[in-house]
Design a protein around this ligand. Structure first.
Ligand code: HXC
Length: 260
């Protein structure tokens, strides 16, 4: 499918989704959100994509937030609908069967920070900047920021960022756990692809199961989450790749996985 605001490339099992609305610093309007919705549903079922990289076009912005010009005229009901739909779209991303890496290439503000938060792993360029400036616009984060940011960096740091609306640089984002790594902008996509390639070398069903165990476990209390882990651990012993992985170890050779 062709999208007007997104670019999707596939190569060697890695999909790269680029938000492509550079004139508005890739701001998320209804069209981008709808296209992301359709793209995530398609990608989830795409057998040629085993890892997804999400990035923004240009060297200035990842995503500068929800489109303020479009949001400006909304009333309460439309505001709630916009937030609900965005949450639906970002939850599709969060729960995609494939692992996801945000390659944050510039401003990740408001909805842009929230988009990065809905990915599994975040790599930032040195010029990337993060913030939840919503309270300065008279609103609050509405695409998961109050929830995913607190879960990732802890409630105190999340409250500091959300109450003050301050914008932090990559270095600080890495220190608080918002970024997994920081690299120069010209190395950003290479670095994301390197990490994707390392993931691709592992048993695919095991990678998927670990994502599901982590994501579902985070919504449970510890004893139920550990029971889920044991269940999923057990299920993997019925896969061919478990036999292959362990046989390859004992035969002192590299495993060749079949995604079975
Ligand atoms: C609409 C935006 C935009 C946005 C930038 N643009 N961000 N349009 N919505 N979020 C547009 C500008 O209006 C401008 O278009 C063009 O992109 C270039 O931006 P400039 O502001 O001229 O660039 P610069 O001076 O370099 O400043 C960059 C910036 C600034 C610091 C990133 O653009 C900015 O502060 N943007 C808004 C960031 C923000 O508050 N995001 C949170 C939004 S609320 P024109 O045509 O005017 O030249 C949100 C809520 C999510 O995300 C939850 C919803 C439910």
């Amino acid at each position: 499918k062709q999208y007007e605001t997104l670019l999707i490339e596939k190569k060697d099992g890695i999909g790269t989704l680029t938000i492509n609305r550079p004139k508005s610093l890739n701001a998320l309007n209804s069209q981008v959100l709808q296209e992301l919705h359709d793209a995530f549903i398609a990608i989830d079922q795409d057998k040629d994509i085993h890892v997804l990289i999400v990035t923004g076009s240009g060297e200035k912005a990842f995503v500068a937030g929800a489109d303020i010009k479009e949001m400006k005229e909304k009333h309460a009901l439309a505001g709630r609908e916009f937030s609900n739909f965005g949450n639906k779209v970002f939850s599709l991303l969060d729960n995609l069967s494939q692992p996801t890496i945000a390659a944050v290439n510039g401003f990740a503000l408001g909805g842009g920070c929230e988009l990065a938060l809905a990915c599994d792993i975040r790599i930032g360029s040195e010029n990337a900047k993060f913030g939840q400036p919503e309270v300065g616009l008279g609103i609050i984060p509405g695409f998961g920021g109050t929830q995913r940011l607190s879960r990732l960096v802890g409630p105190a740091k999340a409250k500091e960022l959300i109450y003050t609306g301050k914008v932090i640089k990559s270095e600080e984002a890495e220190t608080i756990g918002l970024l997994n790594a920081v690299v120069p902008i010209e190395e950003l996509l290479d670095e994301a692809n390197k990490m994707a390639t390392m993931i691709l070398k592992q048993a695919p069903l095991a990678v998927k199961a670990s994502k599901e165990a982590i994501n579902r476990g985070l919504e449970m209390d510890l004893s139920h989450a550990l029971a889920l882990e044991a269940e999923m651990f057990g299920i993997l012993f019925s896969t061919e790749d478990q036999k292959e992985g362990m046989t390859a170890f004992t035969e002192k050779r590299k495993a060749t996985f079949k995604n079975k």
